[in-house]
Design a protein around this ligand. Structure first.
Ligand code: NI
Length: 229
């Protein structure tokens, strides 16, 4: 299941991130790639352990945890410190088809997570660059994602995905992984659909409608049944 979440960062935040990132030294993106993905990865990253990456990453996580749609979609247990990358047309940057590593460890904090979900938070507007689509393959086919700056997409880390070559301008993004409290993707998808329906009913009928209260109870009891915390 691919879920897009709009307006995670405001346009002002994005402009501030970009200003800060423009001043940084960037490194080869292969520093965090696994053996297979290193073969097909060609981009640049902010050094993952750098103070600036950590500071910007904390701002991303604050924005995520304040976003109800993101929380509902991901039900995060642990979020890996966000990384930041860029793809320049001038350097032919792209990232060929790969699957993300199943487990990620962070050197600085000692955090280790199972990567259930991958997230890309777009930090460049679609009209700033050509190409650079995030292409995700699932049972329903191949999906091309390019979102406005400040929006993100959440998708299964188990899926094959790639970033097509950037042919004009610069694609800038934050990307990271998370371990969900709900390991099973189908169960997580059911819970998200149920929550979305409940929120719509609450809008229409109010929070104290008896059936809405019952459905809310079912929502929490399913989480109670399936959550690993
Ligand atoms: Ni990837």
């Amino acid at each position: 299941m691919l879920i897009c979440v709009p307006n995670v960062l405001t346009k002002d935040d994005v402009a501030d991130f970009r200003h800060i990132m423009d001043e940084c030294a960037w490194e080869d993106g292969r520093s965090t790639a696994g053996a297979q993905s290193a073969l097909v990865k060609n981009n640049e990253q902010l050094p993952p352990d750098s103070e600036v990456a950590r500071k910007l990453g904390k701002r991303v996580i604050s924005a995520l945890t304040a976003n109800p749609r993101f929380i509902s979609a991901a039900i995060p247990l642990q979020i890996f410190p966000p990384l930041f990358n860029r793809y320049a047309a001038a350097d032919g940057h792209h990232f060929g088809i790969h699957v993300d590593n199943a487990v990620r460890g962070d050197r600085l904090t000692g955090l280790r997570i199972r990567t259930d979900l991958s997230v890309t938070l777009f930090l460049a507007e679609p009209d700033e660059y050509d190409g650079g689509e995030l292409v995700i393959e699932d049972n329903y086919g191949s999906h091309e994602i390019k979102l406005p700056a400040g929006d993100l997409v959440v998708y299964p880390a188990s899926s094959l995905h790639m970033v097509t070559p950037v042919t004009r301008g610069m694609r800038v993004a934050s990307f990271f992984w998370l371990q969900s409290m709900i390991r099973d993707a189908h169960a997580r998808s059911l819970i998200f659909d149920l929550d979305t329906a409940i929120q719509a009913l609450v809008e229409r009928l109010g929070r104290d409608d008896p059936e809405t209260v019952k459905l809310t109870g079912i929502y929490h009891n399913l989480i109670r049944k399936w959550a690993e915390v």
